[in-house]
Design a protein around this ligand. Structure first.
Ligand code: COA
Length: 256
């Protein structure tokens, strides 16, 4: 773990907090590795049913990669093959919520894009500022933006590097909800608790299905969905769900 990343698990919900507020939670290699490790722990721990990723302090979710560390890579190829925390988040089997409490810039925006659900504080601001530094993002920026805000808005962000305010981000679909700053974590916890109450295998499968659907021809996607549906249907939890409905009680899902 890193001194600048907090990782907690409670009530089936894991919370990862980027904790370097004096540097706007800019991501060091040490933090990146800790984030990759935390996601691996979430994947391998049945107790975790949902993750929340957020930033410490009132100003930033994350201002992206720590620019001062970027010259330390011996070669461009080493840089190319760095352990990428966005890859880890995108590959996480458990549903992930980004609670965006301030600046989400560069790798910070890519971190949010790698999550399944994004909610933001009214003070959040978003940008792909790499172009101002003479390069471009490499953690899924273009594909993530294109999928969430559409090509023209993505191009506007990628080519200008300028900030987008929370209301604009909401109207573009970059985030699902905007809350008052003090309501952000309670709302993220509320959504996470709802997901954690659902059948865990079905929740993981719903995520897998949604992500796969983006990359498949329509009819193949429906076929794949039906296969996944059959797998869920055959679980003990699905039998419990039907029984609980018949008995008019809350289901008790056991991830079986
Ligand atoms: N990498 C390293 N340090 C960063 C950083 C980053 N990506 N973003 C912010 N910081 C540091 C600043 O250097 C400063 O440190 P200092 O107090 O030791 O000087 C501290 O965080 C606070 O940032 P500061 O720039 O003083 O705040 P501001 O309100 O004037 O500006 C931003 C805020 C976000 C506009 C500005 O920090 C910025 O442009 N950051 C870079 C964002 C970026 O390009 N990200 C993509 C990186 S690939």
């Amino acid at each position: 773990m890193s001194a600048h990343l907090r990782f907690e698990i409670a009530d089936h919900i894991a919370t990862i907090t980027l904790d370097r507020p004096d540097k706007l939670n800019a991501m060091t290699p040490d933090m990146a590795k800790a984030l990759v490790d935390a996601v691996a722990t979430c994947n391998s721990t049945d107790d975790v049913r949902c993750l929340i990723v957020t930033g410490a302090g009132p100003r930033a979710f994350s201002a992206g990669s720590d620019i001062s560390t970027l010259d330390a890579y011996a070669t461009p190829w080493d840089f190319r093959n760095r352990a990428d925390y966005c890859d880890a988040l995108r590959a996480c089997r458990k549903p992930v919520i980004a609670a965006i409490n301030g600046y989400a810039l560069g790798g910070g925006l890519e971190t949010a894009l790698a999550c399944d659900i994004r909610i933001a504080s009214a003070s959040a601001r978003f940008a792909a500022p790499e172009i101002k530094l003479g390069w471009i993002g490499g953690g899924g920026m273009a594909v993530g933006l294109a999928q969430s805000v559409g090509m023209s808005n993505a191009a506007l962000m990628l080519l200008t590097g300028e900030m987008v305010e929370a209301p604009q981000a909401l109207s573009w679909g970059l985030v699902s909800e905007v809350t008052a700053p003090e309501e952000l974590m309670p709302r993220a916890c509320e959504i996470a608790a709802q997901i954690a109450q659902r059948a865990p295998i079905a929740a993981e499968t719903a995520k897998l299905n949604l992500r796969a659907a983006h990359q498949m021809p329509y009819e193949k996607a429906v076929e794949y969905e039906r296969d996944l549906q059959a797998i869920c249907f055959a679980t003990e939890d699905a039998a419990e769900g039907r029984m609980a409905f018949a008995e008019r009680r809350a289901p008790e899902f056991r991830r079986r």
